[in-house]
Design a protein. Structure first.
Length: 86
């Protein structure tokens, strides 16, 4: 199914649609930006692996900050007797 996608006129038509949507002048900047983002992502992944951090460290940090926020909200509610304003 996907083999037929890259045969005949299909790649040329796809290229023409992309050029029409983004413009020929914006395509090099778009490709450069994607490349830089990919390189930054790879560098951070290597850095995380070298540090021995778990792959889902971002989700555990969010969960920890949510728990801390919930604890501080509960403490504020208990000490003042009212709900804190957000």
């Amino acid at each position: 199914m996907l083999d037929d996608l890259f045969r005949g006129w299909t790649p040329l038509i796809l290229l023409a649609v992309v050029v029409l949507l983004f413009g020929a002048t914006r395509l090099p900047a778009l490709a450069r930006s994607i490349g830089q983002s990919r390189n930054a992502f790879k560098a951070e992944m290597k850095k995380g692996e070298q540090e021995g951090a778990p792959k889902n460290a971002a989700t555990s940090d969010v969960a920890a900050s949510d728990a801390t926020k919930a604890d501080s909200t509960a403490a504020t509610t208990e000490s003042t007797g009212s709900k804190p304003q957000s």
